[in-house]
Design a protein around this ligand. Structure first.
Ligand code: ZN
Length: 117
């Protein structure tokens, strides 16, 4: 293996790891009711938490929230609304970062050019 091949293989492995760590992910539906989860907390060094929220956008007042009338608490578990909320919590598997993903694409294109030389 040539020196260039050794380097491009190492770069390829690093790019794959970065893509896994910073790639986007699909948020699963609520484990309790199957509806879409909303982002519950993010920031700092912790991956984003998602949860089924009793709040929804208010169609009569754009930008405001209202309590979702269809949101059911879990029967026999905790008190409303914590039961449904805490049982629906899901943590993102990674930290999506679109600048890093773009950088991965650019380096991959440069790597391809290197490999052709
Ligand atoms: Zn739910």
């Amino acid at each position: 293996m040539s020196e260039t091949e050794v380097k491009t293989t190492a770069i390829g492995k690093l790019l794959e790891r970065m893509e896994r760590r910073y790639g986007n992910y699909e948020v699963p539906p609520c484990r309790v009711c199957g509806r879409d989860l909303s982002s519950a907390s993010s920031g700092g060094w912790e991956r984003t938490w998602w949860a089924c929220s009793p709040q929804m956008d208010d169609p009569d007042k754009p930008g405001w929230l209202k309590t979702n009338p269809d949101w059911e608490p879990l029967p026999d578990k905790d008190k409303w609304p914590q039961g449904h909320y805490s049982h629906s919590r899901w943590q993102a598997p990674n930290f999506p970062d679109f600048d890093i993903l773009r950088l991965v694409q650019l380096v991959r294109a440069m790597k391809k050019r290197l490999e052709k030389e």
